[in-house]
Write a protein that binds this ligand. Structure first.
Ligand SMILES: *[C@@H]1O[C@H](CO)[C@@H](O)[C@H](O)[C@H]1NC(C)=O
Ligand SMILES: *[C@@H]1O[C@H](CO)[C@@H](O)[C@H](O)[C@H]1NC(C)=O
Ligand SMILES: *[C@@H]1O[C@H](CO)[C@@H](O)[C@H](O)[C@H]1NC(C)=O
Ligand SMILES: *[C@@H]1O[C@H](CO)[C@@H](O)[C@H](O)[C@H]1NC(C)=O
Length: 540
């Protein structure tokens, strides 16, 4: 599994890797456990030396190497250079007490080299190569990656190597880092239906995700409570279904989120959950929900989406057509969880439909019929579907390649074994429901989960493509999203990025304390892990 990142390297990548390994051999390696190193998530290999390099804010530059496939026209990298310059120098007070750094001790430049296609204008995907090599030495450090996505991850690591000493000087130890992620899908689920999250809050979340090398924003955008997504095809959905007309994501808002995410190497995965969790859809779209009956009369209440009407499918096909163009990602999440069958059961037309179809009053068959229609739609749009585990559990005939997201703790590892044995890729979120809060350091329990701890063949384990930390919105809005997510989600971030052997809780604690302070310094209101203080506080 940990070979995944290397397996993707093609020849030029391999040469770069060999060169880096040769450089390592010539190095005087000192794998140090210095308490000052606070890399998070921990890279695959880190070598540092006691040799210190100094950076002067006025004489330090990021640039493209002459051999790089990228240049100043690569906006993703130019923007990243600007951001990381500010993260490294901008939030500190500059101490001008020391002037000239002896040139043999100065780090003047980080030169970036993208070996393969620059992909500067494209979107990250599940197969994006995020590996990178970082060689920090004076006077020019080098960051080499196959793609820009690896450069973004390497810039984050580079920024984490630099600290300000007690005289105010910016310092980094000479070091050599080779890194790539363990899993390709590392997500945060946000829920903008139970509470609306302002765009500003979502962008902040994307910043924090980049600091933790997450690469998927799973946007559970609509649900029973509200429909904030403004559809161009069906504007009544949000006109009637949102909490208010100012609690809406306009097409421009959605584009802003997607573009901001792209600049951080983050995919935006939209979820339009159905046929359950759709009460808000009924306000703006006539006949979309099933009328429930009581004593052979319509009771005036409504249940899941009505699966027996042709109009349902023509509506869904237009809506998903729009969604598939608005969101560039290859995947759409279709939900499919927690469907309540009582309303379907009460409705005579539904029962009649089921009889004609030979469904035998088996409502799981009706649910499968519905999901199959939607799954086929998505596949006709050349997109891939992700569904919650119930759709698999209820024996829906899934198209190969459909991804199953496991969210139930019951028999969690068995479920992983069963789904992967059936050949379907899996995303894990069951152990990482961060909306559930506990007293104390619950990050430790998230950190201690080993995703591949189930009986299965190596092929089955390859099918676990990653996981997600979920922060459902019943008790969460813009006031508490950030402190509730961070640094608890950081534990999940390291579990999904770092090597399987990185499990030492005390080492993680020491690094996470400092990483949390770093996030706070960068404007993320991450809550404390435990008692203590952040060094930068005293200097503010
Ligand atoms: C490293 O951290 C310790 C405390 O954890 C501090 O006393 C020391 O000054 C730090 N060293 C540098 C070079 O920042
Ligand atoms: C960095 O360099 C300092 C000064 O030589 C040394 O004390 C420290 O152990 C080094 N840290 C690492 C992580 O190698
Ligand atoms: C719904 O569509 C099916 C298949 O196209 C067709 O056989 C059926 O008559 C349609 N039902 C109604 C009520 O239009
Ligand atoms: C899942 O696998 C376990 C054994 O790993 C088995 O006992 C169980 O019956 C399976 N469940 C299903 C629904 O196939």
């Amino acid at each position: 599994m940990e070979q995944r990142g290397l397996g993707r390297l093609r020849l030029p990548g391999l040469l770069a890797l060999l060169a880096a390994l040769a450089a390592l051999a010539a190095w005087s390696p000192r794998v140090s456990a210095s308490r000052n190193l606070s890399l998070w998530p921990l890279p695959v290999t880190v070598r540092t030396t006691p040799r210190l390099l100094y950076l002067s804010p006025g004489n330090f530059f990021f640039g493209h190497s002459p051999t790089s496939k990228t240049g100043p026209s690569c906006a993703v990298l130019q923007e990243a250079f600007r951001r990381y310059y500010a993260y490294i120098f901008g939030t500190y007070k500059w101490h001008r007490g020391y002037n000239k750094i002896p040139s043999e001790m100065e780090l003047q430049k980080l030169e970036v080299s993208v070996i393969m296609d620059p992909e500067c204008d494209s979107f990250p995907s599940i197969t994006s190569d995020e590996s990178y090599n970082l060689l920090v030495q004076g006077p020019v450090a080098t960051l080499t990656a196959n793609r820009v996505w690896g450069v973004l991850r390497g810039l984050e690591t580079f920024s984490q190597l630099i600290y300000q000493d007690s005289y105010g000087a910016f310092t980094a130890n000479e070091s050599n880092i080779v890194d790539s992620p363990r899993f390709p899908h590392r997500g945060i689920l946000i829920d903008t239906s139970r509470h609306f999250l302002p765009v500003k809050t979502i962008l902040k979340t994307l910043d924090a995700m980049a600091f933790n090398k997450f690469n998927v924003l799973h946007w559970h955008i609509v649900d029973d409570q509200s429909f904030p997504y403004q559809s161009i095809t069906f504007p009544e959905l949000s006109n009637k279904g949102s909490y208010s007309l100012s609690h809406v994501y306009t097409p421009n808002d959605v584009r802003t989120v997607i573009e901001y995410a792209r600049f951080r190497g983050i995919r935006v995965l939209p979820e339009f959950d159905s046929p359950g969790h759709t009460a808000s859809w009924g306000k703006g779209q006539k006949d979309i929900l099933t009328p429930c009956y009581h004593a052979s009369e319509p009771s005036g209440t409504f249940g899941p989406i009505n699966p027996i009407l042709n109009s349902t499918y023509s509506f869904l096909s237009k809506l998903f057509k729009e969604i598939s163009t608005v969101f560039p990602d290859e995947f759409i999440h279709l939900g499919g969880d927690e469907v309540d069958f009582n309303c379907w059961e009460s409705n005579p037309a539904v029962l009649n439909f089921m009889m004609n179809k030979g469904f035998d009053r088996n409502f799981k068959k009706l649910q499968s019929f519905y999901m199959q229609m939607v799954l086929d739609m998505i596949s006709a749009m050349k997109k891939r579907s992700i569904i919650w585990q119930e759709v698999y559990d209820d024996e829906g005939k899934l198209i190969p390649g459909t991804v199953v997201q496991v969210w139930k703790m019951d028999n969690f590892y068995n479920e992983l074994g069963n789904i992967t044995a059936a050949g379907f890729p899996v995303i894990i979120s069951a152990p990482w429901y961060l909306d559930t809060i506990h007293y104390g350091q619950d990050w430790r329990q998230y950190y201690s989960v080993e995703p591949l701890n189930f009986a299965g063949t190596p092929e089955q384990k390859q099918l676990v493509i990653g996981g997600e930390a979920c922060i459902w919105g019943e008790y969460v809005d813009a006031t508490n999203l950030t402190p509730r997510l961070w640094p608890r989600a950081s534990a999940v971030g390291e579990r999904l990025w770092s090597h399987q052997d990185v499990t030492d809780l005390e080492d993680a604690y020491r690094r996470l304390i400092r990483h949390r302070c770093r996030m706070v310094r960068r404007g993320i209101a991450a809550q404390p892990l435990f008692t203590g203080y952040c060094e930068h506080e005293g200097r503010m």
